[in-house]
Design a protein around this ligand. Structure first.
Ligand SMILES: Cc1cc2nc3c(=O)[nH]c(=O)nc-3n(C[C@H](O)[C@H](O)[C@H](O)COP(=O)(O)OP(=O)(O)OC[C@H]3O[C@@H](n4cnc5c(N)ncnc54)[C@H](O)[C@@H]3O)c2cc1C
Length: 466
């Protein structure tokens, strides 16, 4: 059995390793160090482009659950991370050079992997996994665009923060859609005094300097399929909220914070301004702040956005962030096996995407999709139907998010409690009794572990038997 993997980053290295461990011959194409993407600086496989932290490692945190699942499944990336760990409290931080050297060593000496240090502009005519990363450019980006269709491969500048429903003080807000057409939005009303104070803090808050973003390869000055370019570095259709606010004190009241058609149910009058929150996932456990894409520094986002009524204690599971990023609109193009088969005239069941381009966000999430793509492809190569991953696991929750997120506003997502199926009434608790956060986390972790073990008992080919 032969295959090709494009990109020796986190996802591609994991994918190549998983295929090779199952006896599949892999041609792994990595263009570094011959050609360097803007954020990378070495020729090592699995280079961490920014932070050296792979996030929380507490086994009951969502990021910790994902790591445990990857360890259980024999992940190369997790093994190398554990071997290169540096002290960082409850987070898994690594010595970045040691980490990527270990990944490079393991891949280079695997008998089933041929590492080809060159850029490829085409998707080889072999069973393949494309894991060319968020900074992919040139020929391979064109090849992916050709498969998923124009408009599906997006370049974006800033994203809005996302918060959990649980952390929103809904008593201080009201549910309504504009002009009485339903009650889909959480509306946070502001009077004039609060609005003006909020505006002032917003325009004066500290931002990530664009020159720093450029240096990291994070800002986009590329054209997108959907947003027309405007003078300056931003796109008019998705201006950062603080840039919009700078245009005048009332701009937001006539833009994303307009109160028109949103009378307060208790007074019947429209408030001075309204911040709206919209559901971000099928379960309704996550909400994004509508129109609040931002380039503020993260602590500033928390400080300023917590001035919004009902968000004083908001848990922002994803902060607003700005960088150049290529990803497909997963709910529109990917199936649950990470194959770009939706809306296609001709489909290749032996082609998968992996890594950040699938619409996940983060080092470990990218690695997880590499592992999944490899296992799914292995099943196809054997002539079997690829398995469906259980929703209750962190891996299954991520895959489920890629399927069920709102396509029109789709943005990359990291693992967090809001994407797991909600535990309604935990065993042993009365219907109305609220459980604390640590207990809740344990229940989610335990449920994920059990679901994964049952899955592995059933799908015996998922684990390697070496
Ligand atoms: C600037 C920046 C900073 C980030 N910081 C963080 C962070 O701190 N923490 C975090 O969790 N996530 C971060 N991310 C998000 C994401 O987790 C990383 O980008 C992660 O590396 C994605 O993994 P990947 O395997 O999809 O892509 P990558 O790790 O980028 O791997 C893609 C690989 O494909 C190779 N390649 C591309 N095109 C070709 C081609 N045509 N032929 C051959 N090889 C090719 C590239 O050289 C690269 O090695 C950041 C992203 C960016 C862009």
């Amino acid at each position: 059995m032969n295959s090709a993997v494009i990109g020796g980053g986190l996802a591609g290295s994991e994918a190549a390793w998983q295929l090779a461990e199952r006896g599949v011959s892999v041609k792994l194409f990595e263009m570094r160090p011959v050609r360097m993407p803007p954020a990378h600086s070495t020729g090592n496989l699995g280079e961490l482009v920014c932070s050296n932290s792979l996030g929380a490692d507490r086994p009951t945190s969502p990021a910790g659950i994902l790591k445990q699942e990857l360890r259980r499944l024999g992940s190369l990336i997790m093994r190398c991370a554990d071997m290169s760990r540096v002290p960082a409290g409850r987070a898994l931080a690594v010595d970045r050079d040691l980490f990527s050297s270990l990944v490079t060593r393991e891949i280079s000496r695997h008998p089933n992997i041929e590492l080809i240090r060159s850029e490829t502009d085409v998707i080889p005519d072999l069973p393949a996994i494309v894991a060319a990363g968020p900074l992919m450019a040139g020929g391979i980006a064109d090849a992916v665009r050709e498969i998923v269709g124009e408009g599906c491969l997006s370049f974006f500048d800033a994203a809005a923060p996302i918060t959990t429903l649980e952390s929103i003080d809904t008593d201080r807000a009201y549910m309504a859609s504009r002009y009485g057409e339903g009650s889909d939005y959480i509306n946070c009303p502001m009077d004039r005094e609060l609005y003006e104070a909020f505006w002032w803090e917003l325009v004066n808050a500290e931002r990530v300097p664009l020159r720093d973003i450029d240096r990291e390869g994070r800002a986009s000055d590329e054209k997108t399929d959907t947003c027309p370019e405007v003078p300056g570095r931003f796109f008019e259709g998705c201006l950062p909220i603080e840039v919009m606010a700078e245009r005048g004190i009332d701009t937001l009241r006539f833009g994303p914070m307009r109160p028109v058609g949103l009378p307060h149910p208790s007074t019947g009058r429209e408030p001075y301004a309204v911040v709206q929150l919209r559901r971000d996932n099928a379960e309704g456990t996550l909400y994004n702040i509508v129109g609040f894409q931002t380039n503020l520094k993260w602590p500033e986002q928390e400080r300023v956005f917590r001035m919004i009524p009902a968000l004083e204690k908001a848990e922002f599971v994803r902060k607003g962030v700005m960088h150049r990023n290529s990803f497909v609109c997963a709910p529109r193009v990917l199936d649950c096996h990470l194959r770009p088969v939706k809306n296609q005239k001709t489909v290749r069941l032996d082609l998968h995407l992996a890594g950040q381009i699938t619409g996940v966000e983060g080092y470990v999430e990218s690695s997880a999709t590499g592992l999944v793509a490899a296992i799914q492809l292995f099943h196809t190569l054997k002539g079997d139907e690829p398995p469906r991953w259980p929703d209750e696991t962190a891996i299954g929750s991520l895959l489920n998010y890629l399927q069920s997120a709102e396509a029109g506003t789709f943005q990359p997502m990291n693992v967090n409690i809001g994407i797991f199926p909600k535990i309604e009434t935990p065993p042993g608790h009365g219907r109305r009794k609220k459980i604390g956060k640590p207990e809740r986390s344990m229940l989610y972790a335990e449920r994920s572990r059990e679901a994964l073990e049952k899955f592995l008992e059933r799908e015996t080919a998922v684990l390697t038997r070496r």
